[in-house]
Every structure is written in C-alpha cells, then in structure tokens.
Design a protein around this ligand. Structure first.
Ligand code: AMP
Ligand code: GLY
Length: 424
C-alpha cells in the first residue's frame, strides 16, 4: 500500500513510524512532514489547505490510504473531498469533525447520547450582556470556552467574576478568536484526573487504544497557562478495566450512534478527553483526530498491524483484532522553546540527538533541517520518548529525563514532573 500522512508535527512523526512497521506498506509520503519524518519516507511540500492539489497528488501517486493528523483539514472538508474522489481516508468528514469544531454541537450530541459532561449554557453573538449578567451570579471557579477551534487557547478557567468578565470581553468584544468565538459556553468546573482515550472508528464499530494522560499546563504541578500538551504517558493506570468498559459502552458507543443519526458518521480517531470525577466519568471535550503528544506514547505500547487497523476502519469494517496492548510503557517529555505558549525565539541548533540509547525515540515537532543540522523552529520542538517492553512508568520516566539531559538547545524548557500522577 501507498500511504500519505497529512500534518507537520510530532503526532505525524509517530503515526509514520508506526505505519512503517506494517509489512503491507510500500511507500509512505508525509505532507508536509518534518526533519524526523524525512528519515522514514518522502516529505512532500504541498499546501494542506489546497484540497484539489492533494487529490491530484493522491491520484498521481496511487495512494491507497490518506491518514489525516490535524483537525483543521478535517474541519475544512479534506476527508469529504478525498472520499468524493474515491480515495480512502482515515479521518472524519467535516459533518462529523464538528464534534471538535463546535463545542455547542458536541454538547447537543452528548445530551442526546445521554453522556455525562459539565453542565453548561451557550450564549450566541448578541448575548454579551446576558452572559455578563449570568457570570455575576455564578459559582466559582467556572469555565468559559469559545465554541470553535482555538488551538487549545479558547478555554478560560476563571476563579472570580473579574476573570470571567475579562474572558467574555476577549471573546465577545475583542474577538480574539474571530468566528470561533461567535458562540460562548459557560460551564461548571470539574475536578478529577484527566485521561485521553482514542477510539478507532469505522462509522459504527470501534476499538479503543490504551489510555494516556496528557499534561496540558506549561508549569510543573499543573500550573500556568494551557498549552497543546507538555508531555504524556501510557498506559494510564487510573483507567482500570472496569472504567474502560464504562468509557466504551457508556460514552464512545452512544456518541457514534448519535452522530450516525445526525448524518455524521464518524470514520477516524475519536479522541475523548475525559475527567474521572467523584460523580463518575465525564467528557471534557471530543477531538476528531489523534492527540498530540498522546499519540507519541500510545502507539509504542500497541502491537499488531496499525496500518491494517486504519485501513479497515477507513473502509467501514474495522478489524477489531488488528492491534492490542503490548504490555509496555512509554513516557514522552516535550522539549519546548522558553516563552511557549506565548512568544519565543527560534533558529537555535539542537545537539545531542545522536547520542541516545535505543529505547529512546525523539519525535520532531517544531524543527528544521539545514545542511545536516537540526534547528528549533516552533514552540514545542521535540518529544523525547522512552519506550519500554514492560509496564514500568517510573523507569520509563527516568529514561526519558536521562535522554533529555543529553539534548540541548538555547532556551530549552520542559516540565520535570511528567508521569508523576501515575505513581500517586
Ligand atoms: P478543552 O480544550 O475543552 O479540552 O480544555 C482544555 C483544558 O481545560 C482541559 O484539558 C482541562 O484541563 C481544562 N478544562 C476544560 N473544561 C473544564 C471543566 N469543565 N472543568 C475543569 N477543567 C476544564
Ligand atoms: N494533547 C491534547 C490534544 O491533542 O488536543
């Protein structure tokens, strides 16, 4: 099979590496890819917003499966366009991707599917004043969210009404998220451990991959701003077999059925961002794609033919026996540029990448290659990941940090406490 992976980051590096294990693979192209993926296949420098060009590329190169990494192309209808042209694609049509691109739509689906989530109320564009009135009488903390896509920046956890006022002003009046902020959700604050679960779906049936835990805040002990994710580990022991059954039967299954009833069959990776509260498991959000950096730790702990899994899902008949947990463990620490998630400098040389042991994988996220050297080129630069054949997250953590000690670039910053929650 010839495969095209769409996307530029660490997640796409991890997807490419896992797909390469398949004996069914002939050629792999990554659009646009990064210096990490260039060692695994052909990076193709095409504009991923130009769907016509991507379709032409797939036809010319006899692509048997397209795997879409990020949410934007899906939300903008890339999968629709590929399917229209009879090209197999792992990733939902835009109608189903709406579960990520509209939080109010996701809430409607959850209500219909009888899936637990934070209590909320939605305010529409002309409702700035009613929203202000509402937050005056609200219990704090509360959470204010822009309805649409905002690269993880559209969520405000407000501890008092002044912060809530500020958030409403930013979204409604300053329009910092543009159209994504036309609607605003105000919801109750939930407490508990968060976990990420990937369901590989064929529209009706699915299998779940081992659960992971992300670390969204920039600072140790979950302090400071929200980011795309500063590190992850898998499997997350908090998700016991009993909890997993509830997630599959009580969350993923009814959501897939409800989406289907809305003419929005979900084919792709349904990412459930969950929180385990004292009142049960509740949904924080759904994404229409694999998580980043969770993918970097989930794929190393599964065995089997991952390409076959994605291909059968794309064809609408997912092979539920294609992969299984391999007994291992994995910890990924994101090495970022100091200043991220706000502004940061780039262009610093990365050293130490060739001195690492074989149980370490370094996924490239924001890097650039020049004359055989690697330079920083983004906020999240590398995902330094340990991969162990057995379940020992403490050792996996230790190995990831030892490897990080060998890697250097100017302004390097990373959290020191990735995976600690697993030891609690
Ligand atoms: P989201 O983009 O909706 O996943 O939100 C980003 C992060 O904000 C989540 O991973 C949580 O850590 C936090 N968050 C979002 N909604 C809530 C909520 N209702 N209660 C507590 N934390 C939340
Ligand atoms: N790591 C969070 C996300 O992929 O949305």
């Amino acid at each position: 099979m010839n495969v095209a992976v769409i996307g530029p980051g660490g997640r796409e590096h991890a997807l490419t590496l896992k797909i390469k294990e398949s004996e069914k693979l002939e050629k792999i192209f990554i659009v646009p890819g990064n210096p990490g993926t260039s060692l695994l296949g052909n990076n193709i420098n095409l504009d991923t917003t130009n769907h016509t060009q991507l379709v032409e590329f797939c036809i010319e190169n006899k692509i048997d499966l397209v795997v879409v990494g990020p949410e934007e192309p899906l939300v903008n209808g890339l999968a629709n366009e590929l399917r229209k042209n009879k090209i197999n694609v792992f990733g939902p049509d835009k109608e189903a991707a709406k579960i990520e691109s509209s939080k109010s739509f996701a809430k409607i689906i959850m209500k219909e599917a009888k899936v637990q989530t934070a209590k909320h109320i939605t305010f529409t564009p002309n409702m700035y004043e009613p929203a202000r009135e509402y937050i005056r009488n609200k219990k704090y903390p509360c959470v204010i969210k822009a309805d649409g896509l905002a690269s993880g920046k559209g969520v405000f956890i407000c501890n008092e009404s002044k912060e809530a006022e500020e958030a409403l002003k930013l979204i409604f009046l300053d329009k910092v998220f543009g159209e994504s902020g036309e609607k605003v959700l105000i919801e109750e604050f939930l407490t508990g451990e968060e976990v990420s679960v990937f369901a590989i779906c064929d529209g009706e049936n699915f299998i779940c991959l081992p659960a992971a835990q992300d670390h969204k805040r920039i600072g140790d002990n979950d302090t400071g701003k929200n980011t795309g994710g500063m590190g992850a580990y898998a499997p997350a022991p908090i998700v016991t077999p009993k909890i997993f059954e509830v997630i599959k039967n009580g969350i993923i299954y009814p959501i897939l059925q409800t989406l289907k009833n809305h003419e929005a069959k979900f084919i792709g990776c349904l990412y459930a961002g969950l929180i385990i509260t004292s009142e049960g498991i509740k949904v924080i959000e759904f994404n229409c794609r694999f998580g980043d950096p969770e993918t970097q730790v989930v794929l190393p702990v599964i065995k089997g033919d991952f390409l076959h899994l994605l291909y059968t899902a794309a064809l609408g008949k997912v092979d539920k026996n294609a992969v299984e947990y391999n007994g291992g463990s994995s910890v990924c620490v994101v090495a970022s540029s100091k200043g991220y998630p706000d502004s940061y400098k780039k262009g610093y040389e990365v050293t130490g990448l060739n001195e690492l042991p074989t149980d370490i994988v370094v996924y490239h996220a924001g890097t650039k290659e020049d004359n055989g050297k690697i330079f920083t080129n983004g906020g999240r630069v590398l995902g330094v990941t340990s991969v162990l054949p057995d379940f020992n997250l403490m050792l996996a953590k230790d190995k990831a940090y030892k490897a990080l000690g060998k890697i250097n670039f100017e302004n390097i910053y990373y959290r020191r406490d990735i995976a600690d929650k697993a030891f609690k």
